[in-house]
Design a protein around this ligand. Structure first.
Ligand SMILES: [Zn+2]
Length: 223
C-alpha cells in the first residue's frame, strides 16, 4: 500500500509524521529514535572500523526529502570482521545529530546493509571550510536536468574525514517510517565544504533535518 507523503513543512513535518500514516507510528512513540544529541559518551572498546570505499558509480535519485546517490556494489564498511555493503548516501541540511547541543551546517549519511539485512548508517558532520572535490561532481545532480544526468562517478574516500573515531548507538531511520534497530556510527572528525557548496545544497533543500530525540535508556559509546 502506498504510504502517505511527508516532508519538513509545518503541515507534514517531523511533529506530524506519526499522524500522517499508521506505518509511521514509531516516529511518535518509538523509544530508540534518531537523531540524538551526542553528549556524555562512554569510552568503550568496540570492533574496529575500516572503510573499503573507492571510486563508485552512483545513480541519482531525487527523493522529495533529499537527493540520494545509490551506490553500485563493491563498496563497504568492515566492522571487525563483518562487512556492511554501502547502498546509498545522501545529505541533510542542517546536521541531524548535535554535538553537546551544537548543530553543524550539514550531515552526510552513508547507509549500509549486512548479510542479515541489518542497517548501519555512518554520519559525517560537515562544516564550512575548504571545498570538497568529490562533492563538486555530486552537486551536478542539484542543477542538471535529471533526464540528462542519471548517475555520477565519485571517489568515496574524498567524502570521509581522516579518523574512524566515532560515537556509536542504537537508533532509527531519521525519516518515516522511523524504523528502529539501526546501528548508528557518527564520526567525530568533520568534513569541510566551501560556503558555495553548502549554499548550493541549502538552495536545493532549505531544511531536511529531524529534531533530536530523547536518548532514554540507551548507552552512547565513543571509540
Ligand atoms: Zn539521512
Amino acid at each position: 500500500m502506498k504510504r502517505a507523503p511527508w516532508g519538513y513543512a509545518v503541515d507534514n513535518g517531523p511533529a506530524c509524521w506519526a499522524l500522517l500514516d499508521p506505518d509511521y507510528r514509531l516516529c511518535g512513540c518509538g523509544a530508540e529514535q534518531s537523531p540524538v544529541n551526542l553528549v556524555d559518551a562512554r569510552a568503550a572498546q568496540l570492533p574496529s572500523l575500516r572503510f573499503d570505499y573507492g571510486l563508485v558509480r552512483a545513480a541519482i535519485e531525487d527523493t522529495h526529502a533529499t537527493v540520494q546517490f545509490n551506490a553500485a556494489p563493491g563498496h563497504g564498511l568492515m566492522i571487525g570482521r563483518r562487512r556492511h555493503e554501502l547502498r546509498q548516501f545522501h545529505f541533510h541540511h542542517a546536521s541531524e545529530h548535535l554535538v553537546e547541543g551544537i548543530r553543524w551546517p550539514m550531515e552526510l549519511h552513508f547507509v549500509h546493509t549486512d548479510i542479515k539485512g541489518g542497517l548501519t548508517v555512518v554520519g559525517v558532520f560537515i562544516r564550512e571550510g575548504e571545498a570538497n572535490s568529490a562533492v563538486e561532481s555530486l552537486w551536478q545532480a542539484l542543477v542538471d536536468d535529471p533526464e540528462s544526468l542519471d548517475h555520477v562517478d565519485v571517489d568515496l574516500t574524498a567524502l570521509l574525514p581522516g579518523s574512524t573515531r566515532a560515537w556509536r548507538y542504537r537508533g532509527s531511520l531519521t525519516t518515516p517510517p522511523c524504523s528502529e534497530g539501526v546501528s548508528w556510527i557518527v564520526l567525530t572528525d568533520i568534513l569541510t565544504l566551501s560556503a558555495r557548496q553548502i549554499a548550493a545544497f541549502t538552495n536545493y533543500r532549505p531544511a531536511n533535518c529531524r529534531p533530536v530525540q530523547p536518548l532514554g535508556a540507551r548507552v552512547l559509546t565513543i571509540c
